[in-house]
Write a protein of this length. Sequence first.
Length: 256
Amino acid sequence: MTRLKDKVCIITGGTTGIGEATSRLFAEEGATLIMVNKYAEGGESLAKELGENVYFFQADVSDAESVKALMKFVEEKFGVLDVLFNNAALSISNNIELTTEECWNRTFETNARGCFLCSKYALPLLRKSEHASIINTASELAIVGCRDNLAYNASKGAIMSFTRSLALELAPDKIRVNAVCPAGTMTQAFCDDIKKNGKDLDEELRKIIESYPLGQAYGRVGLPRDVGYAVLFLAGDESTWITGTHIMVDGGFTAT
C-alpha cells in the first residue's frame, strides 16, 4: 500500500499508544517516518521493526531547542516535511483544588506548547511540500466537559482553537491543519490513568463502554488503530480540501 509513498512524516509520541498504532499504519502505507518520543526506551527497536524508512528521534516537544534539533535532522536528511502529527501528550487528572500549578503548567507545556513549537519550527520544511498537513491530537473532552480532569481538558480545548486559527494562517501556503478527537482509547496510558485514581479498571471500562453508542454495539472502547486511520486520512491527498476542522473518533459519544 502506498498512500503515503514519498511523503516525509513526523509523529510525536510516536512509539506508544495512538502514536505507535499510527506509526505502524504510516509505515504500511510507504511513508518515510520519523517517530519522536521524549524517552528512548523502545524507539530504536520499533524503528528497526517497521523498516528501513522509519527513524527514531529522541526529543522533548515542550523544549524549543529539542524541537529545533529535530527539525534540523529532518532538514539535513530529507529537506522537506509533508506531514506533522502532533500527538505527544500528558494527562494529569484532578479537580481544580487538587491541581497544582506545576501540574497545570506541565500539562500545557507538553500538550499545547508542544503543538505550537513543533508547528512553528516545522513550518519552513512544510512550506517546501506540495500537499503539507498538520494533524493535532485533541480529545472529545475539548468538546464536552467532565469532572476531575481540568488541566488536560483545558489543554485539549486550547489545541482545538490553535488548530482552527493556524488553519487560516497557513491556507495560503497550502498547508492544511486539522485535529482528531479520540474518546477513551485502549492504551496503557488510558488504563494507568483510570487505575491511578484508585478505580477498578474492569468496572470503569464497563461504564465507559456503556456510554458510547458504538461501545454498546461492539462491546469495546476505541482502539489506537481507530484513531490512526483518521490520522492517515488527514495525512493523505484524499483530504486535500479539508482544513480547520476535526474528526471525532469517539464511538458516537458526543452525538448523544
